[in-house]
Design a protein around this ligand. Structure first.
Ligand code: ADP
Length: 437
C-alpha cells in the first residue's frame, strides 16, 4: 500500500470516525429531545381529553379508556389520589406527586422512568404518565441502525480510499521516476498524465524543467567545445609566432609585428577568462555593487569614445543623441559602462561596413531609455528569448556568447528593465530603462 493511501486511511480514521461518533451521539440526543416533546404533547392532549370527558359527565370516573393503553392517568383532588385509567396504578404509590411541575420526566422508587404531564383544573390536577421504556428502546434501535450503517460505510470506504490513493500515487510515481531520469541527464520523453488538476500541472512543470535543463546542458556542452576551440586558436597562433621568434630567423620588423600579434592574442584570451569569471561572480551575486550617483552622459560619452576605435575599423559612424538634460543616476559606473560597451560592440560586430549606429537617450513613461540602435543583420524571432542566455551566440559571432548574459545580470542587479526589438535584415535596438525615482 502506498504512503499516500496509508495517510488517507489515517486521516479517515482520525477525522471521519470521531465525526461519525459525534453525529451518532448528537443525533441520539436530538432525537430523544424531539421524541420527549412529541410524547409530552400527546400526554397534554390526553389530559385535556380526560378533563373534557370528566367535566361533561360531571363525575370523576375511574374507567376512562384511552387510545394508548400504555398511558396511565390519575387525578389529585383534595390531596387524594383518584385513579382515572384502569390497570396497574401502583405508580403513584412509588412516586412523590406533591411537587410536580407542569411536565417532564420522573423516576419511581422502583427505578422506572416516566414522562408525565400535569393539567391543573377546577376539579383537580389530572396527571398522565407514560413509561420511557418504549422510547428508550426506540432510541437504542436508532443508534444501533446508525452504528451499523456507519460501520458498513467505513468498511466500504477503506477499499475506496485505497482506490483513490492509487489514482493519486500512480501519476506521482511516474513523476518521481521522470525526476530520477532527469537527474541522470535523460531529458527525452514526456509524461502522459491527464488528471486535470495540480498533479497534471506539476507533470507539465517537470517536462518544462527537463526541456530547460536539456537546453542548458547542450549550451554547456557547446560552451566547453567553444571554449576549447576559442582557446585553441589563439594558443596555436601564440605558439607559432613564439617559435618563429625563438628560431631567430625573423627580421627586426617581423619580430615586432609577431610580438604584437602575440600580445593581441593574449589580450583576447585574457578577455575571455575575465568574462567567464565576471559572469560566474555576477550569477553568484558575489560582486559587490559599487553604486554612486554618476552623470549618465559621462558614462555614455566615455564608452562611445572607447568604442570609436573599434567602429572606425569598419568605418561605422557612432552617433549619440541625448534627448534629455544630463542626469545623475545611481549605478555602478563600471558595470553600466560594461553594458553599454557590450551593446555597442555587438552592434558594430553585426553591422555592415560604412553603416551607422545610433546611441539614443530619451525620456520614456517608465524612466530614461538608453538605446543602441543598429541597421545590422537583426535577430530571428526564434532566437530572441535565447540571446540573453549564457553561451548562446550567432555562428558569425566570434565571441563566447557571454556578453548579453553579463548585461542581463548587471541590469537585473540594478533593477533596470531591459530588452531588444529587432527585425532580421533590418537591424536591432538593445535598450535599458533607468526608473525615474
Ligand atoms: P557574443 O557577442 O559573444 O556572441 P552576446 O551574448 O553578446 O555574445 O550575444 C549573443 C548573441 O546575440 C549574438 O551571438 C548574436 O546572435 C545576438 N546579438 C547580440 N547583439 C546583436 C545585434 N546588435 N545584432 C544582431 N544580433 C545580435
Amino acid at each position: 500500500m502506498s504512503k499516500i493511501t496509508k495517510k488517507l486511511i489515517r486521516y479517515f480514521i482520525t477525522i471521519i470516525i470521531p465525526l461519525m461518533l459525534i453525529i451518532v451521539v448528537g443525533s441520539g440526543i436530538l432525537m430523544s429531545k424531539l421524541f420527549e416533546k412529541v410524547e409530552i404533547d400527546k400526554l397534554k392532549k390526553t389530559s385535556e381529553y380526560i378533563y373534557s370527558t370528566i367535566s361533561v359527565e360531571s363525575n370523576s370516573s375511574t374507567n376512562i379508556m384511552l387510545e394508548d393503553s400504555n398511558v396511565k392517568a390519575i387525578m389529585i383532588r383534595d390531596s387524594k389520589v383518584l385513579p382515572i385509567t384502569r390497570g396497574n396504578m401502583n405508580i403513584h404509590r412509588n412516586i412523590d406527586l406533591s411537587n410536580l411541575k407542569e411536565k417532564g420526566s420522573l423516576s419511581s422508587k422502583t427505578g422506572e422512568d416516566y414522562l408525565y404531564y400535569k393539567l391543573s383544573t377546577s376539579i383537580g390536577d389530572i396527571i398522565t404518565f407514560k413509561s420511557k421504556i418504549d422510547y428508550t428502546n426506540f432510541l437504542i434501535s436508532i443508534i444501533k441502525i446508525q452504528s451499523i450503517i456507519f460501520t458498513l460505510g467505513a468498511i466500504i470506504v477503506i477499499p475506496l480510499i485505497s482506490l483513490i490513493g492509487k489514482k493519486f500515487t500512480i501519476p506521482i510515481i511516474k513523476i518521481q521516476e521522470k525526476a530520477l531520469e532527469i537527474a541522470e541527464n535523460k531529458f527525452e520523453g514526456g509524461l502522459n498524465i491527464e488528471t486535470d488538476d495540480e498533479i497534471e500541472d506539476l507533470s507539465k512543470s517537470i517536462i518544462y524543467m527537463a526541456s530547460e535543463l536539456k537546453q542548458k546542458d547542450s549550451l554547456q556542452r557547446e560552451f566547453i567545445a567553444n571554449v576549447s576551440h576559442d582557446f585553441k586558436t589563439p594558443l596555436s597562433v601564440i605558439r607559432g609566432y613564439s617559435e618563429a621568434i625563438k628560431d631567430g630567423i625573423l627580421s627586426q620588423e617581423e619580430v615586432h609585428q609577431y610580438s604584437n600579434e602575440v600580445i593581441e592574442e593574449v589580450d583576447k584570451l585574457n578577455k575571455m577568462v575575465i568574462d567567464i569569471i565576471n559572469l560566474s561572480k555576477l550569477q553568484d551575486k558575489a560582486v559587490n555593487s559599487n553604486k554612486s550617483y554618476k552623470s549618465l552622459s559621462g558614462i555614455i560619452d566615455t564608452t562611445v569614445e572607447r568604442m570609436s576605435f573599434v567602429a572606425e575599423k569598419k568605418h561605422i559612424d557612432l552617433e549619440v543623441k541625448f534627448q534629455i538634460e544630463d542626469k545623475l543616476i545611481l549605478c555602478d559606473e563600471q558595470q553600466i559602462s560594461r553594458v553599454m560597451y557590450n551593446f555597442i560592440e555587438n552592434a558594430v560586430k553585426f553591422s555592415e561596413e560604412f553603416s551607422r549606429i545610433l546611441i539614443e537617450v530619451i525620456n520614456n513613461e517608465d524612466g530614461i531609455k538608453v538605446a543602441v540602435i543598429d541597421n545590422g543583420i537583426g535577430i530571428n524571432e526564434s532566437d530572441m528569448k535565447d540571446i540573453w542566455n549564457r553561451y548562446y551566440k550567432h555562428k558569425k559571432s566570434g565571441g563566447m556568447g557571454l556578453g548579453l548574459a553579463i548585461c542581463k545580470e548587471i541590469l537585473e542587479q540594478h533593477n533596470f528593465k531591459y530588452g531588444v526589438t529587432s527585425k532580421p535584415g533590418e537591424g536591432s535596438e538593445f535598450f535599458f530603462l533607468i526608473p525615474s525615482s
